[in-house]
Design a protein around this ligand. Sequence first.
Ligand code: NDP
Length: 292
Amino acid sequence: MENEISGKTRLAGLYALPARHSFSPIMHTTAFQATGVDAVYLSFDVQTERLGESIQAIRDLEMLGVNLSMPHKMAAINYVDELSQAARLIGAINTIVNQDGKLIGHITDGIGCMKSLKQNGIEIIGKRMTILGAGGAATAIITQAAIDGVKAIDVFNIKDDFYQKIEPKLAIIAEETNCQIQLHDLADEQQLSDSLSASSLLVNGTSIGMAPNTDQMPLPDATLLRKDLPVFDVIYHPGETKLLKAAKAIGATAVNGLGMLLFQGAASFELWTGKEMPVDQIQPLLENELKK
Ligand code: NDP
């Protein structure tokens, strides 16, 4: 069904800098049309010093809400009225929902990952997982996994300044969710080997292996992989990283980050409209966009 723009058409959008390269407008506008929601979704380049006014505009223009991407995910929490549990724990949001002028901040990246795991038949609730990296995408996954009931998470990051900063944050997430979360040095190969032996899932949450550096792998050694250890990579460009190729080669389940991207969008869509995004229809559109 093609929607026609009318006086009642509502607006949603993306606030980022730059925002124009995003897949979100095609994803959400197609979903609005498919589900009969009278709304459109546009991308806006929002300057950092105008973020507060741009968020106030969500109220003034009675927008459905917005998505936020770099560099606004953390600063935006200062301008909303309420935060979801995950958003509060992480200190970042990627979605604002306008509830009659009250703005609620959510982060849906972790939800996207958990849904993608489920879609691929990977059961991790009540089990242990290992994640490489503790940046934005990784922290969102760690937090949602802990909220959803993953029993233990071994986090590996390079021992830089950031390592010291993330440690107390992970401790707070662990305490509030009752998940055992341990931070380790990515260079500690023995610990990595021990953690993987006890894990039911390996997640790459780093950007290692992302185009153009497709010959890189976040693991020191592919022999750490096993057939019964599913591997999830946050990277979706390329569609198959060196890590995923190595996992696939030994018969392990290997999942890229496209599903995470799709389902984080689906979660935002549901928060704005109360409707399920027709993901089967949207997934090929994303795949096509990535080929461009
Ligand atoms: P961040 O910069 O926040 O985090 C990057 C992480 O990778 C950090 O833990 C960083 O460690 C680590 N890292 C980077 N380079 C190296 C290296 N050479 N050696 C060891 N560790 C390294 O980025 P994001 O979390 O936003 O993005 C990470 C990846 O996730 C990107 O590829 C991005 O495209 C993808 N992504 C996918 C999404 C999806 O929906 N599928 C959503 C969001 C992101 P440190 O900070 O200590 O340097």
